[in-house]
Design a protein around this ligand. Structure first.
Ligand SMILES: Nc1ncnc2c1ncn2[C@@H]1O[C@H](COP(=O)(O)OP(=O)(O)OP(=O)(O)O)[C@@H](O)[C@H]1O
Ligand SMILES: O=c1ccn([C@@H]2O[C@H](COP(=O)(O)O)[C@@H](O)[C@H]2O)c(=O)[nH]1
Ligand SMILES: [Mg+2]
Length: 232
């Protein structure tokens, strides 16, 4: 059996231990994040570093993820983008209707897309943007992938600012209109707090004030990832 400890920063740290009878355990070298996780055979070789990136519609998750990915060598997987790319597939009508109405796509569908994208990447550092949106999403991810995130970023933004940003975004998204935004915000305000509470209790949550310039916000994000630079 071997064990390697990689300390990313005082905020994120983890170690890798070889699977024994299909069980892997994430440890921390001190009192930092310590999360026993049961693995199946998935990711036996990859030992992924997973950061969930949460926040309401228009809070700036995608914008910040692009900067994090460029600066710290992460692969950026936007759950919404993975779903949008599937709109022409077999399940496409379910996805399109759900997105257009501002609801949440069935968990297994989204989780399997995330899993496929992670498996087909050469990288082991992943930003999962806009997921999990509710407790069912979170539990389904843990069940199918057999792993928890190492840390969770939450971009905290007032509703008024989020609405303004979404309505000013000119990317032709079917859900960037006032009616759908209202539904998305309603679901977000009802469901996201449960996910936030869960990760707060597990000591994994890093709340970021999402008001300010893109660079100001990135200055708050940077320390969470600073020690990753050495691993690029
Ligand atoms: N700090 C900021 N100040 C002003 N505008 C911003 C800021 N960050 C991002 N934006 C702009 O706001 C819009 C929404 O940002 P972005 O797409 O990153 O949000 P998001 O959280 O990914 O939203 P969604 O959940 O809808 O995908 C974009 O047009 C982006 O350019
Ligand atoms: O985990 C997810 C992520 C997204 N959706 C659906 O997609 C749209 C757009 O997502 P963005 O993160 O804003 O790109 C979202 O409103 C949901 O309808 C989802 O169901 N599950
Ligand atoms: Mg986005």
């Amino acid at each position: 059996m071997w064990k390697r400890v990689v300390s990313l920063s005082s905020l994120i740290s983890y170690s890798k231990s070889k699977a024994t009878y299909g069980v892997k355990i994430w440890n921390s070298p001190s009192t930092l994040i310590s999360t026993p996780v049961y693995y199946g055979t998935l990711f036996k070789e990859k030992n992924p570093l997973i950061i969930f990136v949460l926040g309401g519609p228009g809070s700036g998750k995608g914008t910040q993820c692009i900067k994090i990915a460029e600066t710290f060598g992460f692969t950026h997987l936007s759950a919404g983008e993975l779903l949008r790319k599937e709109i022409n597939s077999e399940n496409g009508h379910i996805i399109l209707d759900t997105i257009r109405e501002g609801h949440i796509v069935p968990s297994e569908l989204t989780v399997n897309l995330i899993k496929k994208a992670m498996e087909s990447s050469d990288n082991y550092k992943f930003l999962i943007d806009g997921f999990p949106r509710n407790e069912e999403n979170r539990i389904t991810f843990e069940r199918i992938l057999g792993v928890e995130p190492n840390a969770v970023l939450f971009f905290d933004c007032p509703e008024e600012e989020m609405v303004k940003r979404v309505l000013n975004r000119k990317e032709g998204r079917v859900d960037d209109n006032i009616n759908t935004v209202k539904t998305r915000l309603k679901e977000f305000s009802e469901l996201n707090p449960h996910v936030i509470d869960y990760y707060t209790k597990r000591g994994k949550l890093h709340k970021i004030n999402a008001v300010g310039t893109v660079d100001d916000i990135f200055d708050q994000v940077r320390p969470v990832f600073a020690a990753c630079e050495a691993m690029k």
